[in-house]
Write a protein that binds this ligand. Structure first.
Ligand code: UGA
Length: 468
């Protein structure tokens, strides 16, 4: 099929590349000329496993990037809308980009167009696109609008697209539904995986996805409800973690006990400094606003947001408690991205915590395997940047772990102790077991577990032992 994807952001770029990978002729359009030029040279622009490989495979063949929005729309039979839907100050999704694309499609269309809404949008956006088409002179028979939300995560975006749990398609008629089945056929029937050059299916993923055909309104709600539910799970475990701290329980044990109930499941129950990124905070606000607009107050989401924000303040308080005072303290920070596996720092809890610490007079030296460049653009010289984890902690008063990169969970703890000025580790993502820290003679503060404080006398004993 000849497909046009409008927008080369995270979802647009990954969708366009993966649609080419499953056999379609794809043009991905964006008005950002510099971005388009770099993509046409095969530079992926984002840190995402397999993306470079697939771009190299297709960018001179089935996949093109173009700034010519109008010509690309005119030539395509199938158009994916993957433009941004940022948050307005009142929390609603700003749909002006979606509307402008819909208007352009209406004005340029000659033959039939299948319009697929991929951006995360509130319920009834599909109706509004349809209305914009009609208001701009298109006949109902000359187009279909389908809602096809995307569930890919940053860090595993390519495999999430190619091996999804489910594909959700909200359409109004069989003509559109049939085309959608055709687009996703190699993924739905599992034939993609059989190709010699296929990206390998991740362990634990479904062999074939659920294919859910429904109405546009239901499809739109599925997306907002999914992200909101995942955020609720995280805030729930964080609230439980705070109770664990108060009563001396261990949230990791509580998580195991909860997550082994098949009705609850183990995922998205990791306690820490809260969720961030470009999706959950925005989508929770948008779902809350959409519910309000249709007369229902989804206050549950306000609480989830509040717990999430409080998690960062609680962690800063924990740092203060561990260090007595904060002014002029030198702190090593591992992790800047909003989660491991990505270079994205949008709404990153790590960045917010660093900003609070700077405001309290701390001096920060930070390291992240992928997000240093993006952080430099935001924090500039307000912090120093280390060349690796141990370089960051050299002579620091304490170590803070703020992102769950795998490599941060595999540090040589004896070396950590030797690098730090004081043996203090504050782990905002619970990447270590307290017993490992105890063995290494480190004071350890995490989330939802009691602090591990090596007493002064036993620290002296440990240091005497090391010297002997
Ligand atoms: C999220 C959803 O997981 C995707 O399904 C969805 O497609 C995407 O939003 C979107 O709407 O585009 P993403 O934002 O990439 O994906 O990241 P997640 O893996 O969901 O993590 C979000 C945040 O929650 C991160 O800050 C992460 O550290 C935090 N988190 C996650 C926890 O604090 N605890 C957990 O147990 C899991």
């Amino acid at each position: 099929m000849r497909i046009c994807v409008i927008g080369s952001g995270y979802v647009g770029l990954v969708a366009a590349t993966c649609l080419a990978e499953i056999g379609h002729e794809v043009v991905c359009v964006d008005s950002d000329l510099e971005k388009i030029a770099r993509l046409n040279e095969g530079q992926p622009l984002i840190h995402e496993e397999f993306l470079q490989e697939l771009l190299s495979r297709h960018h001179k063949g089935r996949l093109a990037f173009s700034p010519a929005v109008e010509a690309s729309i005119r030539d395509a039979h199938t158009i994916f809308i993957a433009v941004g839907t940022p948050c307005t100050p009142s929390g609603e999704a700003d749909l002006s980009y979606v509307e402008s694309v819909a208007r352009t499609i209406a004005q340029l269309s000659e033959g039939y167009k299948l319009i697929i809404e991929k951006s995360t949008v509130p319920v009834y956006t599909n109706d509004w696109i349809e209305r914009a088409m009609v208001m701009n002179g298109r006949d109902h028979n000359g187009f279909d609008v389908v809602s096809n939300p995307e569930f890919l995560r940053e860090g595993s975006a390519v495999t999430d697209f190619l091996y999804p749990d489910r594909i959700v398609v909200g359409s109004r008629n069989e003509r559109a539904a049939r085309s959608m089945r055709e687009i996703y056929k190699p993924i739905i029937d599992g034939t993609y995986e059989l190709q010699a050059s296929a990206v390998p299916r991740p362990e634990g993923s479904r062999q074939k996805p659920f294919y859910i055909e429904t109405t546009p309104q239901s499809a739109e709600l599925i997306k907002h409800a999914s992200n909101s539910f995942l955020a609720l799970k995280i805030s729930f475990i964080n609230a439980v973690a705070n109770i664990c701290e108060a009563v001396g329980a261990d949230v990791e044990h509580v998580r195991e006990g909860l997550g082994t109930d098949r009705r609850i499941g183990p995922d998205f129950l990791r306690a820490g400094i809260g969720y961030g990124g470009s999706c959950f905070p925005k989508d929770i606000a948008a779902f809350r606003a959409a519910a309000h607009a249709c007369g229902y107050e989804l206050c549950l989401l306000d609480q989830a947001r509040k717990i999430n924000e409080d998690q960062r303040f609680r962690f800063v308080k924990k740092i203060r408690k561990a260090l007595w005072t904060l002014k002029d303290k030198n702190l090593a920070v591992l992790g800047l991205a909003f989660k491991g596996g990505t270079d994205d720092i949008r709404q990153s809890p790590a960045i917010e915590i660093i900003q609070s610490l700077i405001a309290e007079g701390c001096k920060i030296i930070a390291y992240d395997p992928a997000a240093m460049q993006r952080t430099r653009a935001v924090l500039g010289s307000a912090i120093r940047y280390a060349t690796d984890s141990y370089d960051a902690m050299n002579g620091a008063d304490a170590l803070l772990i703020l992102t769950d990169w795998k490599e941060f969970g595999m540090l040589d703890l004896q070396k950590v102790k030797a690098c730090l000025r004081y043996p203090i580790v504050l782990d905002g993502r619970n990447v270590y077991k307290p017993s490992e820290m105890q063995k290494a003679g480190l004071n350890y503060y995490s989330v939802g577990r009691l602090p591990l404080e090596i007493s002064h006398s036993s620290a002296k004993r440990a240091s005497a032992l090391t010297q002997s």
